[in-house]
Design a protein around this ligand. Structure first.
Ligand code: CU
Ligand code: ZN
Length: 172
């Protein structure tokens, strides 16, 4: 067992530009707090489920009904009352904005969260292009997750036209 782990680590280093291998089962959590005068809050957990698969789970509440934009933004700084301190969408590959399962997308472009008529969204999906790490170029630890006022159209560059930033959490 120990020998297998050691081999995996060496493979990650020799892969070079990808940085250290994404560590299977690595977990990070973001506690979302209201911004822009909203009452949106919740908790979201990121789990490394495979070499390029991250499972996103959790629950967010306090929003109006319907699909709402949900992204990882570049900077893990929620200090601004409107969360503008988080910068733009996490985009290490210098791509254009898109849907989470389209080839052209920011790494931080996640699925819209769907809020029910009680204003609650249950989060559970998988996505690629990110890793639950600090040191890889696609690593999300130390960045921020944002819930938006409106739906992400998965098209309009660079924001998805998703409106204001109503909740913010640093990924730790
Ligand atoms: Cu966003
Ligand atoms: Zn984007």
């Amino acid at each position: 067992m120990k020998r297998i782990i050691a081999t995996a680590v060496v493979a990650g280093i020799t892969a070079g530009c990808a940085g250290p291998a994404a560590q299977q089962d690595a977990v990070a959590t973001a506690k979302l707090e209201p911004r822009s005068g909203s009452q949106v809050s919740g908790t979201v957990t990121f789990t490394q489920a495979g070499p390029d698969i991250v499972r996103v789970t959790g629950q967010v509440s306090g929003h109006t009904k319907g699909p709402k934009g949900f992204h990882i933004h570049e900077k893990g700084d929620c200090s601004d009352p409107k969360a503008m301190s988080t910068g733009g969408h996490f985009n290490p590959g210098n791509h254009k904005h898109g849907g989470p399962y389209e080839p052209e997308r920011h790494a931080g472009d996640l699925s819209n969260l769907t809020f029910n008529d009680k204003g609650i969204a249950t989060v559970n999906f998988v996505v690629g292009g990110i890793s639950v790490s600090k040191n890889r170029p696609d690593g999300i630890i130390g960045r921020a997750v944002i819930v938006h006022m409106d739906v992400d159209d998965y098209k309009t560059d660079p924001t998805g036209n998703a409106g204001g930033r109503v909740a913010c959490g640093v990924i730790r």
